[in-house]
Design a protein. Sequence first.
Length: 284
Amino acid sequence: MQFQDYYKVLGVQPTDPEATIKQAYRRLARKYHPDVSREPDAETHVKAINEAWEVLRDPDRRRAYDELRRHYREGQAFRPPPDWQGFSADFGATADGDFSDFFEALFGRHGGFAGAGRARAPRAVRAGLQLSLEQAYHGGQQRITLNGRSYDVRIPAGITAGQNIRLAGQAPGGGDLLLEVAFAPHPQYEVEGRDITSELRIPVWLAGLGGTVSVPTLGGPVNLRIPPGTASGRRLRLKGRGLPGTPPGDHFVRVAVDAPAATSAAQQEAYRALAAAFGAPADG
């Protein structure tokens, strides 16, 4: 088997303090997390990153590993020394407990040594995170407070309701904090997946003659063409104007036709003329 350089995996130096290594681990865990990463080998990266963190996050394990590392370089053939003393301390786990042969040679199949029982992984903690549709559309940073502790959360642009944002290693006890996204009710938009729906009220003459109107969307106003003869309930699509993604969602405009009340003699006469032009009795 080959020697693994865990410092190189995390992109840190052996002289770096624990805080720097932890920061590097969290950054890489976010980068390659399957909910956000488009890298084809993201799963392989996640396992390597988690395994490196399991060794380097503990001062005793790190000291023992450093002692071995003084005699080896990455890729060299490796066999644990006869006097190697492993650990039966409590370990975390990679996504499915699938450690490399190198790790198991040092610490045993499940993170213990020489037949130690299966260790318990740090418990993941779940919580809800409510976002506005605007936050989901644009993404960005948000600070939240849970149980008296503050967290800086990166919101990926285009995240949808039901998805999780993972804060690796930030739950109490060292587990991951999983934030399940929900959307706050919006006064203007409805959402389904990445698709957005809004209602547009237009006057009867625009519905009959057609024309172009400006429609608000999450990304800003967009001109929408109203076909002649548009009836109430018709849905018109603004392609790609929903939440970002691959592919992005669409924005659907549900039309409602308004017939303004005729409050003057001229308006009443205009309605009578309209009725006559379409062959309807003027008195209804």
